[in-house]
Design a protein around this ligand. Structure first.
Ligand code: IVH
Length: 707
C-alpha cells in the first residue's frame, strides 16, 4: 500500500472502505462548516476549502453511489448552502384569517355572510368549527398521489421549499391512498405536541443547545432545518384542513373535502364539527375552550368556515383574508409583574414609542419582558378619545402592573396596582427631544404621537427606513436583513437605500472593504459577500408595487402599494401624479382617503426624499406593473351600482366587479363608465341619463360579466 494519504489519492484509485471513511470525514466537516456559517454566522473554514471538500465528496459519491447518504451535504435543498432553501411561488396564495374576539363578532361574521349571499335570516347556513392549531402552515403538492413538493407559507405568495424535511414527518403521507385527483395541494398545520416539546427542550438544554419558548417556535425551527436529518429527529405532527392548487375537488363541501383527506391517509382534527346555527358554533367553541388545557397540542382559537364550497367561491377574498372563514380567538391571558423602566424607541416615521421593560413573567407559556405603552397619553391614563382609561391612573417606573397577551400580538400593560406603588415613583415625563439624535420631538395638534423632527438625518429613522426598504414585503434582498443593515449602517457603509446598490462598485474600487480577513489577510467570507452582491443585483428591477411600498411613505402599506401600482402602472406616471400634487386626482382613486393622499404628497414634496430617490433611481428601475385583467369587458371601467340588486348583494356585486378589474364608485360623475340599476333606482339613474352614461339592469350586467 502506498503512503499517500487517502484524501490525496485520485478517486479512481481508492477502495470502497477508504471511500467510506473519507465520505464520513468530509460529510462531518461540511456539516460543521454549515452550522458555523449559517447558525453562528462565524465561518470556520475558507470558502475555497469548503468548495474543495464538497467537490471531493461529490466525486466520491459518484464513484460509490451506494455510499451516498440521503442526507449528504451534497444533497442539501437549495444547492448552495448560503442560499438556504429554494423559493416556491404559491400557485394559490396562502392567506391568513381575520379574527373575532367575542360572540358578537361571530354573529357579525355570520350576518355578513348572509348579507353577501343575499340569504334571508331563516335560510340555513352550515358552518364548520375546528380548533385553530398553534403551529406552522405547510402546503403539500401531490402529483398522481405522490408528494412532490412541500412549501412553507413565507409571505403568502412565496414560501420555502422544505420537501426533504416534510418527508421526515410521519403524519405526512409520501403517497396517497384511495381515489384522489391527479394534482392536489393539501394544506395544514405542522405542530409539536406539548409533551414532545417539553421533552425536546430538556434534551436541548442537556446538550447545551437552543431552548425554544413554545411548541410553535420549536416546530417552526425544526421544519426550517437545512439538514433534513435534524428535522427527522424532531417529533413533528401534521393536521390537514385546507387546500390550494387542485385539478378537481373530491366533494362539494368543506367537511366533505376534509373527510376525503382522512381517506387519503391524513390526520384530520377530531374536534371538527359541522354546525347549523351561530348558537351551535358558540357551543362548540366553549366545548373546545373547556378542553384546551387537556389537549395534547396548543391551540389559540376556533376556526369557522362556510361549509358549501360554491358559497366559499362566491364569498371570495379581501386582500389577505377569505370572507368565508374567521378565527374566533381565545381571550387574552394575564399576569402581574413590575414595570422596571420606560424606554423610548424611535421608529421609521420618527414616532417616539414608549416601551415597558418588565421583570420577566410567564404569560400563557411565553416569557414576557417587554410590553407596548403606545404613547404618552396612554401612560398618563388618557385614552385615544381623550376620556380617562384605568380610571385615570397613570403608569410609573416601579409600579406593579397587570399585563396581557392575546395571541401573537405584542403584550400590553393593562392596569396598575396603586397600593403597591413605591414612595419614590414619580410621574413619567415624555422627552421633548429625540433620544437618538437630540432633535426636538414634536407632538402635532390632534396627534397622540410625538415625533422626531430630524427626518432621515436621525440615525434611528434612517436605519429603520433601510430595514423597511429591504424587508420581505418590500425589496426582499436575500442576506440583507435587519441585523446586517444595522451593522452596515453602524460601519457607515450604507446610509440610504442607494448605497445598497453601490456596495459592489465601491468594493471593487477599493473604497470599502466588506471582507472579514484572517491573519494572513485572506477573505473568509468571500462567498457570502458574492452571494449578497448577486441578491442585490436581482433587485435592480423591482416590482413597482413593492418599490412604492419600500419607500416607506406614511400610511402606504402593501395593499396601497399594490393599489398605486395597479392605478399608475409605471413609476414615472406614479411619481408625476404625486409630485404635481393634484390632490383631487389622487383622491379619485377608490381606496385612497385624505390622510393617505396628503401623506403621499408631503413625502414627495420633501426635497430630502426627492434627492435620495434620485440617487436610488440611478441604480434601480422599477418594472412596469401589469394592467389588471384586460380581457374582462369591464377592466379599467368605473361602475356604479344603484337600486336594489336581486340576484346578489351590493357587496358581492362590488367584489365581483373589482375582481374583473373595474373600479366601483358610490356616486355618478363624468368619470363613470357604467351604471347598473335595479328596481327603485332614483337620482343616480337620472344623473346617468343626463350625463349620457350607459345603463344596464342586473341581468344584462350578469350577462356582460359572464353570469
Ligand atoms: S384555514 C385561507 N384552519 O391559522 C386561510 N387555518 O391565521 C385558510 N391555522 O395561516 C386557513 N389552524 O396557519 C385554517 N384549522 C385551521 C387552522 C388554521 C391553524 C393557521 C394557519 C393560517 C393561520 C391563519
Amino acid at each position: 500500500m502506498s503512503d499517500t494519504p487517502i484524501k490525496d489519492l485520485p478517486v479512481s484509485e481508492i477502495t470502497k472502505a477508504q471511500a467510506k471513511a473519507e465520505i464520513g470525514l468530509l460529510s462531518g466537516g461540511l456539516r460543521r462548516a454549515n452550522t458555523a456559517y449559517h447558525t453562528h454566522d462565524a465561518p470556520e473554514i475558507a470558502d475555497a476549502e469548503y468548495d474543495a471538500m464538497k467537490a471531493r465528496l461529490l466525486a466520491l459519491e459518484e464513484a460509490f453511489p451506494d455510499l451516498a447518504a440521503k442526507d449528504s451535504p451534497t444533497r442539501q435543498v437549495g444547492a448552495a448552502p448560503a442560499e438556504g432553501f429554494a423559493k416556491v411561488r404559491h400557485r394559490v396564495a396562502m392567506l391568513s384569517l381575520s379574527n373575532a374576539f367575542d360572540d358578537e363578532e361571530v354573529r357579525d361574521f355570520v350576518d355578513r355572510v348572509r348579507r353577501f349571499l343575499s340569504l334571508s335570516a331563516d335560510d340555513p347556513v352550515a358552518i364548520t368549527a375546528e380548533p385553530k392549531i398553534d403551529g406552522v402552515s405547510l402546503a403539500l403538492r401531490y402529483e398522481n398521489g405522490v408528494l412532490v413538493e412541500a412549501a412553507t407559507r413565507g409571505d403568502g405568495t412565496e414560501g420555502e421549499n422544505v420537501t426533504a424535511n416534510a418527508r421526515t414527518i410521519t403524519d405526512i403521507p409520501h403517497t396517497l391512498t384511495g381515489g384522489f385527483p391527479d394534482v392536489f395541494e393539501v394544506r395544514g398545520e405542522v405542530y409539536m405536541a406539548k409533551d414532545a416539546f417539553a421533552e425536546m427542550n430538556r434534551q436541548q438544554e442537556a446538550a447545551g443547545q437552543k431552548i425554544y419558548a413554545n411548541p410553535r417556535n420549536f416546530a417552526a425551527g425544526s421544519l426550517r432545518q437545512l439538514d433534513p436529518a435534524i428535522t427527522a429527529t424532531r417529533p413533528l405532527s401534521f393536521f390537514a384542513y385546507a387546500w390550494g392548487d387542485h385539478e378537481a375537488l373530491p366533494a362539494e363541501t368543506q367537511s366533505g373535502v376534509v373527510a376525503a383527506f382522512a381517506s387519503w391517509g391524513f390526520k384530520t382534527n377530531p374536534l371538527t364539527k359541522r354546525c347549523d346555527s351561530v348558537e351551535d358554533l358558540l357551543e362548540h367553541y366553549r366545548m373546545i375552550e373547556g378542553q384546551r388545557a387537556q389537549l395534547p397540542y396548543d391551540i389559540d382559537g376556533v376556526v369557522y368556515k362556510v361549509d358549501r364550497l360554491d358559497w366559499q367561491v362566491r364569498l371570495g377574498f379581501r386582500s389577505t383574508t377569505p370572507r368565508w372563514a374567521i378565527a374566533h380567538k381565545f381571550p387574552a391571558e394575564y399576569a402581574t409583574t413590575v414595570l422596571e423602566k420606560i424606554e423610548i424607541q424611535v421608529g421609521r416615521t420618527g414616532a417616539l414609542s414608549p416601551v415597558a421593560r418588565l421583570t420577566p413573567v410567564t404569560v400563557g407559556g411565553v416569557v414576557v419582558s417587554n410590553a407596548t405603552l403606545h404613547n404618552e397619553d396612554y401612560i398618563a391614563g388618557i385614552g385615544s378619545d381623550g376620556a380617562p382609561i384605568r380610571e385615570g391612573r397613570d403608569l410609573r417606573e416601579g409600579d406593579t402592573v397587570t399585563i396581557y397577551r392575546a395571541g401573537d400580538v405584542i403584550p400590553k400593560v393593562l392596569d396598575v396596582d396603586l397600593s403597591k406603588r413605591p414612595d419614590w415613583a414619580v410621574p413619567y415625563v415624555m422627552p421633548d427631544r429625540c433620544p437618538i439624535c437630540g432633535a426636538p420631538a414634536v407632538r402635532e395638534e390632534g396627534e397622540a404621537v410625538r415625533r422626531c423632527t430630524n427626518g432621515l438625518t436621525c440615525p434611528a429613522q434612517a436605519v429603520e427606513a433601510l430595514k423597511h426598504f429591504v424587508s420581505r414585503a418590500a425589496l426582499d434582498i436575500d442576506g440583507l436583513g435587519a441585523k446586517q443593515i444595522e451593522a452596515f449602517y453602524a460601519d457607515g457603509l450604507i446610509k440610504e437605500p442607494a448605497d445598497i446598490f453601490t456596495l459592489q462598485t465601491r468594493q471593487q474600487a477599493g473604497e470599502i472593504d466588506l471582507y472579514r480577513r484572517d491573519a494572513k489577510g485572506r477573505a473568509t467570507n468571500e462567498k457570502s459577500i458574492q452571494n449578497l452582491f448577486a441578491a442585490i443585483d436581482e433587485r435592480r428591477s423591482p416590482d413597482l408595487a413593492r418599490f412604492i411600498f419600500a419607500l416607506g411613505v406614511r400610511h402606504v402599506g402593501e395593499t396601497t402599494g399594490r393599489l398605486f401600482a395597479r392605478t399608475y402602472l409605471r413609476w414615472d406616471a406614479f411619481h408625476q401624479a404625486m409630485t404635481t400634487g393634484d390632490r383631487e386626482a389622487i383622491l379619485a382613486i377608490d381606496g385612497v382617503g385624505a390622510i393617505l393622499a396628503d401623506a403621499a404628497i408631503a413625502f414627495f414634496a420633501d426635497p430630502q426624499n426627492e434627492a435620495a430617490l434620485d440617487r436610488l433611481l440611478a441604480h434601480v428601475t422599477p418594472q412596469d406593473a401589469e394592467a389588471p385583467a384586460q380581457e374582462s369587458p369591464v377592466a379599467g371601467k368605473t361602475v356604479v351600482f344603484t337600486g336594489t340588486l336581486e340576484k346578489m348583494s351590493r357587496a358581492e356585486a362590488k367584489a365581483r366587479a373589482e375582481a374583473l378589474g373595474a373600479k366601483v364608485s358610490g356616486s355618478v360623475s363624468a368619470k363613470t363608465d357604467l351604471v347598473v340599476a335595479g328596481p327603485g333606482a332614483g337620482s343616480k339613474l337620472k344623473k346617468a341619463a343626463e350625463l349620457g352614461i350607459d345603463t344596464l339592469d342586473e341581468d344584462s350586467w350578469l350577462a356582460l360579466v359572464g353570469g
